[in-house]
Ligand binder design. Structure first.
Ligand code: PMP
Length: 486
């Protein structure tokens, strides 16, 4: 409705009725998005935004094949998952076919948090261990069991209520650019061993205390922690240590799975390692709540033997599974993994060219449709350029390109676009980044507002100048040529 469009008013209305602890994107001037298609989102004025951050609408916003599959099944049947239904079996079979043969048992759930919570339960029942090892900067979900091991959120809290339990152990984040061991101080070939040492130390302490390791849980590439790609061999070596201690290994593919790396469906596979439990979510339903845990027959048997029934009312319902099947079809039919590889190579080349031109870019890292730009005040000290990252995200939004920033210093510009993002879109993005970084080096960045650093939230900037409108009529899939006059 018309009166709901004024920025301050619509924001205060949101917080009148909704959770005050929710941080909206572009908090001081949040977007009201009412329509989307492919890699574009449209606000209430028909303004188009190029979406570089939405890893949920994985195959493209409102992909017609996914929408149709959901609608068709809703017309026929939706029910809880205590009945036989072909969609459930078919989706489980299709998912298992994308995994190594050992990972053959599927549990359907509704969110990444549910998947990871269940994964912890599976690990505990299988190993009889209590101790959990996770990584610094990790985020695995919003439920109690996961907030306890999500230092990404927990490290910001000092209220005496959220105290990390003794059974959660935090290993060094294997960030070779700004972690404990840096690529300037150690040869890359030693990095995996150095960082695995942190996990080995934890295991030794657990064993010295006469306790049993339950699991190691990590994203296969760490997204929330600042787009971290692990040193070669890191995951395999950690998995070996954890298994030798009687624990199991959980790969969280909630953000980085479903072909985002381009070369492989699963990011752990691209690193040549085999987890015992894999959790998947976000992209799986292209915006519809659908997630799963995939594990080995042995682990599933241990869980079944514990005697507690696992029932999830909505997990694997016929509509969700119809949507999940359509997502898998679209990834294949629209050749989205090939596209991720192609766009990834273009981004790699162009972002590294930008790095040569702009001293503020300390590190360019990524693969496929997953990239991070670590902005620094100085390349030697690597002091994080947090205000500059804030400026880039704010200005990009004014130019109708949606980016975000992350990492412990909020200085890493994040890219994790829908998989239909094109080479032309990559060109638009890099051109814009070039412009914005030039503005910074030309001293055009206004004195940074006094903003609080809070996990990607910005808190103060002027009104945007909206220039680009949706083409007339319904936006077609993958519309080109309406950003920045290109
Ligand atoms: N794991 C990772 C890596 C995530 O990024 C998230 C969500 N950001 C989750 C788990 C939790 O997923 P959900 O919000 O669907 O519960």
């Amino acid at each position: 409705v018309q009166w709901f469009t004024w920025t301050g008013f619509k924001r205060s209305l949101f917080y009148t009725f909704l959770m005050p602890s929710c941080t909206l994107f572009f908090k001081s001037d949040p977007l009201k998005i009412i329509e989307a298609s492919g890699q574009y989102m449209y606000n209430e004025h028909g303004q188009a935004y190029l979406d570089c951050i939405n890893n949920v609408c994985h195959v493209g916003h409102c992909h017609p094949a996914v929408v149709e599959a959901g609608c068709k099944q809703m017309h026929k049947l939706n029910t809880n998952s205590r009945f036989l239904h072909d969609n459930m079996v078919l989706l489980a079979k299709r998912l298992v076919e994308t995994m190594p043969p050992e990972l053959c048992m599927v549990y359907f759930v509704n969110s990444g948090s549910e998947a990871n919570d269940l994964a912890l339960r599976l690990a505990r029942h299988h190993t009889k261990g209590s101790e959990i090892i996770t990584l610094e900067r990790a985020y695995h979900g919003h439920v109690l069991s996961l907030i306890d091991l999500s230092t990404y959120k927990l490290n910001h809290i000092n209220d005496g209520m959220h105290v990390r339990p003794d059974f959660v152990h935090i290993a060094e984040c294997p960030d070779t650019y700004r972690g404990k061991y840096r690529n300037t101080d150690h040869p890359m070939e030693q990095m995996a061993d150095l960082y695995v040492g942190s996990v080995d130390d934890i295991i030794s302490k657990i064993e010295a205390a006469d306790k049993q390791v339950s699991c190691f849980i990590a994203e296969s590439m760490q997204s929330c922690g600042g787009q971290i790609l692990y040193p070669e061999g890191y995951l395999s070596k950690v998995f070996r240590s954890v298994r030798a201690a009687g624990g199991v290994c959980i790969a969280d593919e909630v953000q980085v799975g479903f072909g985002r790396v381009g070369t492989h469906m699963w990011s752990f596979d691209a690193q040549g390692c085999l987890p015992d439990i894999v959790t998947i979510g976000k992209p799986m339903g292209n915006g519809h709540p659908l997630a799963a845990v995939v594990t080995t027959r042995e682990i599933a048997a241990s869980f079944a033997a514990c005697g507690i029934e696992y029932f999830n009312t909505y997990g694997g319902n016929p509509v969700s599974c119809a949507i999940g099947l359509a997502v898998l079809d679209v990834i294949k039919n629209d050749k989205l993994m090939e596209n991720a590889s192609k766009v990834g190579k273009v981004l790699e080349a162009k972002l590294n060219e930008l790095k040569v031109k702009h001293q503020i870019i300390g590190d360019v890292r990524g693969v496929g449709m997953f990239w991070g730009l670590d902005l620094v005040k100085d390349r030697t000290s690597r002091d994080p350029a947090t205000d500059e990252a804030y400026y880039v995200v704010k200005r990009a939004k004014e130019e109708c390109v949606l980016l975000s920033r992350d990492g412990p210093h909020e200085n890493v510009i994040k890219f994790k676009a829908p998989m239909c993002f094109t080479v032309e879109n990559a060109g638009t993005l890099v051109k814009l980044l070039d412009l914005l970084l030039t503005e910074i080096s030309d001293g055009k960045m206004a004195a940074p507002a006094h903003h609080k650093v809070t996990n990607g939230a910005d808190t103060n900037h002027s009104e945007p100048v909206c220039k680009k409108l949706k083409p007339n009529g319904t936006p077609s899939h993958a519309v080109e040529g309406h950003l920045n006059g290109q």
